[in-house]
Design a binder for this molecule. Sequence first.
Ligand SMILES: [Zn+2]
Length: 265
Amino acid sequence: MSLPEYEVLALKYAWRPARRADLFIGGDPHDAPATMDYYLWVIRGAGRLFVVDTGFNQDMAVKRGRTLLRTPVEALNLAGVDPLAVGQVIITHFHNDHVGAFDSFPNAVFHVQDDEMAFATGRYMRYERFAKPYEPDHVCGLVRLVYANKVVFHDGDEVIAPGLSVHRIGGHTMGMQAVRVNTKRGWVVLASDASHYYEHFETGRGFPLVFHVGDLIEGYGKLKQLASSPRHVVPGHDPLVMDRYPPASAPLQGIAVRLDAEPIA
Ligand SMILES: [Zn+2]
């Protein structure tokens, strides 16, 4: 039996200005203004529906100086997804920009790595360097979901559905996981923050916010190995994603792109 081929969307919901020097360990010799985009992702097909990460809401945008273009719920609605109908959410890691809107999915179970739960509730959160991107309220909310039996734990590489699997990469955080999904163009890998920008995995450089540099750099090889080609690896925050893939529809230009379609640039 052949594997289902899923539709995969990247939904842009927020952005912030940055400088290239801040995007790479050791800075960048060609410092220049840059942009960081914020995404969540939708995987659907074969009667299944998954949301990958939840994004954040206006509270985090204000607190952390991001520009919210639309709430994650609004972005999902534009793509024809009712958050109340979402039964499965995959959380790549617990940073605020990836779990901030977890409570918008009251009917979902949440797929997480053992190591991410341990990291977000463990000894390293005593240090601002590691704790800053996390929000205690989000982490506590996820802990409550554990007690409600709404968290599905994964240890490393696990298949969630036919043609869909999660893979612990580590590096950026202890339990950072990527998502591998079968599509009509082959295996697409949602790297999330295992590679913030294309340049990170393409040039072997690292984003400065990192738990384990060795795992981060090793992870690039794993991402490429999991994907049908490097053109199937989708970074977590790169504005180029919106340029390289076709819009999901004409009205969704600049908001949602089809990652299961061949890149157009
Ligand atoms: Zn992120």
